[in-house]
Design a protein around this ligand. Structure first.
Ligand SMILES: [Zn+2]
Length: 385
């Protein structure tokens, strides 16, 4: 039996000519008719619950891996999906307008998506294993890759596909629990050394996310200098830029942060002081965002998911502000009060939003004293400044 890994097929190609049988609830064809998505003996599409199918699309939009897909090549040179029908059918149904995903709180169908996002989906490459052999061989093969009920993860499979001098050398370095560096790495890299997750991260960083391509290219190399040096540079950079260790530093995308920021000069004392300050700040909900926020120069509070005003605070402030406005005969939105057309307009609570008088990024707290209600239009205008 032959198996080959293909990394060049895009979502657009695989879903070209996608047909879906509404009545039987199954995806039928793809790859311009060359691919049978659901051979007779396979179970029907079960992802159409507005949850799993949406999750598939969201993964693609976010650039998360979709996992391996297996095709069986038939004697006539056609393909059948052995594993991955649910995912392909979800994508095909989305591309043909069968369901929507929520973006910024609104349901969006494929054809009304932003052009860039559509392009990103279309050009997403799938990791497809093509197997050629008898049914018996294919069953045997599936048994081997699912040792004792624990399926091989993606990196373990890639190691199997690209086995050779490179994988051997890379495993000796990154999959060796006796390597004395492992403890240091564990502060920044998540996962289990023995299940190849450190190797996966090292390859992910050096290849900028194109692990399979990188492994294919280096398959026959006995040296892993580039991989080792790059990984070492990233780790050194993180550990000198950030003087201490916090739990949330583990599993960050340090590779891409390194690419973005390693040429910027930082004062490690000041950096760590800022990190600690944000860790103590009760308004910071997302601690994982602290590191990118600080590296960027504290420009995007949205990375930190700052706590917002609660309903009780909004109501109290609204009542006080509205009473005062009524007694003065002016609008209860301070900005509206300054414009001729709206200067006496009294808005209802539902038509107003809470605003930080002093912005959080300038030290303003999320408390009643720093809260003012603005009409929705003015609040949005302020937010965009
Ligand atoms: Zn207003």
């Amino acid at each position: 039996m032959e198996t080959t890994l293909h990394t060049e097929m895009t979502v657009a190609e695989v879903c070209k000519g996608f047909a879906y049988n509404e009545l039987e609830g199954k995806g039928l064809y793809g790859l311009s008719g060359k691919l049978t998505i659901q051979p007779e003996y396979q179970r029907n599409y079960i992802y159409a619950d507005g949850n799993k199918d949406v999750a598939v699309i969201e993964s693609i939009i976010k650039g998360y891996p979709l996992g391996l897909i297996y095709f069986n090549e038939t004697e006539e040179g056609r393909y059948e999906v052995l594993d991955g029908q649910q995912r392909i059918t979800s994508i095909g149904r989305f591309l043909t307008g069968k369901f929507s995903v929520m973006i910024d709180g609104k349901p969006i169908y494929y054809n009304t998506l932003d052009k860039e996002i559509r392009k990103k989906i279309d050009e997403t490459r799938l990791l497809v294993y093509i197997c050629k052999g008898t049914e018996q061989e294919i069953k045997e093969w599936f048994k081997t890759i699912n040792i004792a009920g624990v399926p091989l993860n993606e990196q373990e499979l890639l190691n199997a596909v690209y086995s050779g001098p490179f994988v051997t050398a890379a495993k000796a370095e990154f999959s060796n629990s006796r390597n004395s560096n492992v403890q240091k790495w564990s502060a920044y890299v998540k996962g289990n050394v023995k299940r190849q997750e450190f190797l996966q991260t090292a390859l992910e960083w050096v290849s900028k996310g194109q692990r399979a391509d990188y492994m294919a290219k280096h398959r026959a190399d006995g040296n892993i200098d580039e991989l080792k040096t790059y990984f070492g540079s990233v780790i050194d950079w993180v550990s000198t830029t950030f003087k201490g260790i916090e739990k949330e530093m583990c599993g960050q995308e340090w590779g891409s942060l390194y690419e973005k920021f390693h040429t910027t000069a930082y004062d490690p004392d000041k950096i760590w002081e800022k990190v600690q300050e944000l860790y103590r700040d009760p308004y910071v909900k997302n601690k994982r965002g602290v590191f990118e926020y600080v590296l960027e120069g504290c420009m995007r509070p949205e990375l930190l998911d700052i706590r917002i005003f609660d309903e009780a605070t909004k109501r109290t402030v609204y009542q006080k502000q509205t009473e005062e406005a009524r007694s003065k005969g002016v609008s209860n939105c301070p900005h509206c009060a300054m414009a001729e057309a709206t200067k006496t307009k009294i808005w209802e609570l539902k038509d107003m939003d809470a605003d930080h008088v002093t912005a959080w990024s300038k030290g303003g707290a999320t408390t009643k004293d720093n809260c003012q209600m603005l009409c929705k239009t003015h609040n949005r205008a302020k937010g965009n400044r």
